[in-house]
Design a protein around this ligand. Structure first.
Ligand code: 5RP
Length: 237
């Protein structure tokens, strides 16, 4: 996971301040989900700073990058095998709509992130103000994790339901590979489909070969928003 310096970057400073607030929700003895991305990275750092004060927690990482960062910070790790139920997951998001529905997967960790969110009693999302959108899909397409064997067939069927899929590629032009050895299609939906993320999510996941989507519409997340004027907590306290 890239380590983000927030000095002089207002959005990064908002992310860091929100992450520090989110970590205040962590109590001694909790088993956590560790999200992926810059906001989640700030949360790991804030958590590591609380450890010398006697905080005892352990976490399940949502990606290999997060696992490496948590190890480097000395945070104890565990697995879903040992803890199939988590107390709380702290993660970032690419977009949050007015009903606190989320678009995630910009960092390619959507499948494991959704597994951790579903395993958690509570999901806490850390974002800066610019991530708040009137409707999901405002700033980017919907990430969809696909089986490499099936990607072209999935892309054809996504086009049939009105989407425009683009295979995500890394530097060098080869497909980006997720931690689960799959590929990602970023799918624009120019019509009104994203007004009903639950329905679009169901239609996408009905396509064989699609393993998960970045539409996180069913989680009653607590959203911690870094604003230019301070940090605001939105949703369940
Ligand atoms: C990774 C994600 C991230 O949470 C999302 O991309 C936000 O990342 P960042 O905090 O770096 O903006 O969903 O799959």
């Amino acid at each position: 996971m890239a380590v983000e310096s927030s000095a002089g970057d207002p959005r990064a400073e908002q992310r860091r301040a929100a992450a520090e607030r989110a970590v205040e929700l962590v109590c001694d003895g909790m088993v956590l989900g560790f999200g992926t991305g810059r906001a989640a990275g700030h949360a790991l750092e804030a958590l590591a700073q609380r450890m010398p004060q006697g905080l005892r927690v352990q976490g399940v990482p949502s990606s290999s990058a997060t696992e490496a960062r948590a190890r480097a910070l000395g945070l104890p790790l565990t697995t879903l095998d040992e803890h199939p139920r988590l107390d709380l997951t702290i993660d970032g998001a690419d977009e949050v709509d007015p009903q606190r529905r989320l678009l995630k997967g910009g960092g390619g960790a959507l499948l494991r992130e959704k597994v951790l969110a579903a395993a958690s009693d509570r999901l806490v999302i850390v974002v800066e103000r610019a991530k708040l959108v009137p409707r999901l899909g405002t700033t980017r397409g919907v990430p969809v994790e696909v089986l490499p064997f099936a990607w072209a067939a999935c892309a054809r069927l996504i086009r049939r339901i009105g989407g425009t899929p683009v295979l995500r590629r890394g530097t060098g032009g080869t497909p980006s590979v997720t931690d689960n050895a799959n590929w990602v299609l970023d799918c624009e939906f120019p019509g009104t489909d994203l007004l009903d993320p639950a329905s679009l999510d169901a239609r996408l996941r009905a396509i064989p070969g699609i393993l998960e989507t970045g539409l996180f519409w069913s989680f009653d997340a607590t959203v911690v928003v870094g604003e230019p004027t301070g940090v605001r907590t939105w949703g369940p306290e």
